[in-house]
Write a protein that binds this ligand. Structure first.
Ligand code: NAI
Ligand code: 15L
Length: 280
């Protein structure tokens, strides 16, 4: 039995009335849509694109995060927000600004004005992508974003810090590494976060009684490590999986790396090179 199943067994009734999941049509949103239901009577699903095949226990609300009135409508009667919506890779500044910067501002204004107490924010390891792969990073390390996308996640982390310091709204910023069914390349042997471990991370972020403003790296218990989660020990996040089960696939890639390639030198991998192609 998975840890999250053991955890779910203790509820005689679902602990939340209504959780909101943004980015629900995306890669992680589709995974979480299935897995969050034991925690909430109603799961409100939102994305800029329509949510399909809505079933009992779900509500769907299409919303562009750049639309302030729409975001306020979206957040009505919500207990907590799992914010996974937005641009998820490097892009031009303008769409990133609309979805990830303006959208974050709208979200937190609505959270504040509607009295919502906690947000779980899908940040990214690309807030520190310009550290070298030989370096260790923790939640207090200075930010070193690797592009406009990483910069927008830095903004999200700082914005949520402000709303905690000023208004007491709790946020857990998840600096997710690479959360896919399995690692796609040698870099992801270090950055991989399994879906089960992602769920365990969300459990820790949602159910730890007091989180204040926390930053935690979303990464499985992989053999090679760049990120030190000791500053987030209060969350009690303990990953169970490891990318090591996929190791044989990438053994050849490790032996043939170009040590002068920035995508190899820096933790952000190919993201460190992507920026200039999007600048106007
Ligand atoms: P994704 O790109 O598959 O999903 C993002 C969703 O946000 C999409 O369905 C998209 O339609 C929606 N969206 C985009 N612009 C929007 C807007 N203006 N208003 C409302 N919705 C909008 O990305 P994925 O992989 O599911 O990631 C989810 C979140 O987790 C993202 O915020 C991403 O930055 C973050 N993340 C994901 C990682 C991963 O390995 N999958 C790693 C690090 C961070
Ligand atoms: C991210 O932040 C992206 O959202 C995701 O698509 C992956 O590219 C991931 O980082 C990564 O670094 O592998």
């Amino acid at each position: 039995m998975m840890m999250s199943e053991q955890f779910n067994e203790q509820f005689s009734e679902r602990p939340f009335n209504r959780l909101l999941l943004t980015g629900a049509a995306g890669g992680l949103g589709r995974v979480l849509r299935e897995r969050l239901k034991p925690w909430t009577k109603i799961l409100r699903l939102s994305d800029i694109v329509d949510i399909e095949n809505v079933v009992a226990g779900e509500e769907a609300q299409t919303c562009d995060l750049a639309d302030r009135a729409g975001v306020f409508e979206l957040l009505k009667d919500v207990d907590a927000v799992l914010h996974f919506g937005g641009i998820s890779v490097e892009d031009k500044f303008e769409p990133i600004m609309q979805a990830n910067i303006l959208g974050m501002y709208h979200l937190y204004e609505a959270v504040h004005k509607l009295g919502i107490k906690r947000v779980i924010y899908a940040s990214s390891s690309h807030v520190v992508g310009f550290y070298r792969t030989t370096e260790q990073v923790n939640a207090d390390s200075p930010l070193r974003p690797d592009g406009f996308y990483g910069l927008s996640k830095c903004f999200g982390e700082a914005l949520s810090r402000y709303y905690y310091d000023r208004f007491g709204i709790e946020t857990v910023c998840l600096r997710i590494g690479s959360s896919f069914p399995e690692p796609k390349n040698a870099r992801m042997m270090v950055t991989y976060l399994s879906y089960d471990d992602l769920l365990e991370l969300l459990r820790a972020a949602l159910f730890t009684p007091k989180v204040g403003h926390s930053i935690v790296f979303g990464v499985s218990d992989n053999q090679a490590k760049w990120w030190d989660n000791s500053k987030a020990a209060h969350l009690g996040f303990k990953p169970s999986d490891s990318s090591q089960v996929f190791a044989t696939r990438f053994a050849a890639a490790f032996n043939s790396v170009d040590e002068h390639d920035p995508a190899i030198i820096y933790q952000g991998g190919p993201f460190v090179l992507a920026g200039p192609q999007y600048s106007e």
